[in-house]
Write a protein that binds this ligand. Structure first.
Ligand code: F6R
Length: 274
């Protein structure tokens, strides 16, 4: 019987670090991509069998493009690393062009010498979805846990597909996507294709168990939710506020995503960097 380590809320209800110190502003998305790519390379160089948690979405495209470019230039050996993706649409086979498996292949996996047996995504066609979710959680645990988790954030604050209201102790599960998320993601489904109604997602629990977390938010469309993150305490209504309880979580913003940060936050960031 697999046992989960103690739940992260054993961290006292207070913040694990000063929220402002988690925020880092970069001029643009490409400088964030460069920074994240370098961090990934350092991790892999120092621990070739590292376990990574990976995200999809528009935010990650420049990150993976830069990583592929730098990894190729360095002839980085990636064949021993293990990865777990955050999520997959229910009902889409891995070879469907809009599946997250296809996204990962297109933007990352096919470009470098990964060992396919170490690359994990939830299976959107699993017959017994609850059982599949339990197995996905267990596989993460058996791998020794995620060392570095990459995250994007939805316009409603979701991480993975943990929509607002998801309990912080949720494990990998099937989720009905919110209308907001389906509208946001319809940009990836041109023509008559319809955004699936549900998805499998790592839970808040598995995300928070990662030893280090890097969330990237770029573009004006993320400015409002980023300002909400600053203005609110930790709340399940804005899932990514939970990162305030993680001792090693960072939020990387470009100027557009940071454009609605409250003045007080800007000032304390300036004071900290002085
Ligand atoms: C994707 C994922 C989602 C996205 C989020 C932002 O694997 O888990 O949480 O990170 O929806 O998507 P983009 O980057 O397309 O704005």
């Amino acid at each position: 019987m697999l046992r989960f380590p103690p739940f992260f809320t054993e961290v006292p209800l207070s913040y694990a670090q000063a929220p402002t110190s988690m925020l880092h502003i970069f001029p643009d998305a490409s400088s964030i991509a460069d920074h994240v790519s370098r961090s990934l390379i350092e991790k892999i160089q120092s621990k070739p069998d590292v376990v990574l948690g990976l995200a999809t979405g528009g935010t990650m495209e420049p990150v993976y493009a830069r990583f592929v470019e730098q990894a190729r230039a360095l002839r980085l050996d990636v064949c021993r690393l293990t990865s777990f993706n955050l999520d997959e649409y229910v009902g889409l086979p891995a070879d469907h062009p809009k599946s997250y498996a296809a996204y990962m292949n297109e933007h990352l996996f096919r470009h470098l010498g990964f060992d396919a047996s170490r690359l994990h995504l939830p299976d959107g066609l699993a017959q017994d979805l609850p059982q599949h979710c339990r197995e996905y959680s267990a596989r993460i645990l058996q791998s020794g846990g995620i060392e570095l988790q990459l995250l994007g954030v939805g316009g409603n604050g979701h991480i993975g597909f943990n929509e607002p209201g998801t309990p912080f102790d949720s494990r990998c599960h099937v989720v009905e996507l919110s209308e907001r998320t389906r509208i946001d993601n319809s940009r990836f489904f041109e023509g008559n294709a319809v955004v699936p109604a549900s998805a499998i997602t790592m839970g808040m629990y598995e995300i928070m168990q990662a030893r280090e977390i890097v969330l990237v938010a770029t573009g004006e469309s993320k400015a409002e939710i980023v300002s909400q993150w600053c203005r609110n305490d930790v709340t399940e209504a804005i899932p990514f506020t939970v990162l305030k309880r993680h001792a090693r979580a960072k939020i990387l913003l470009d100027e557009a995503a940071a454009s609605l940060l409250p003045d007080s936050v800007r000032q304390s960031m300036l004071a900290m960097s002085a």
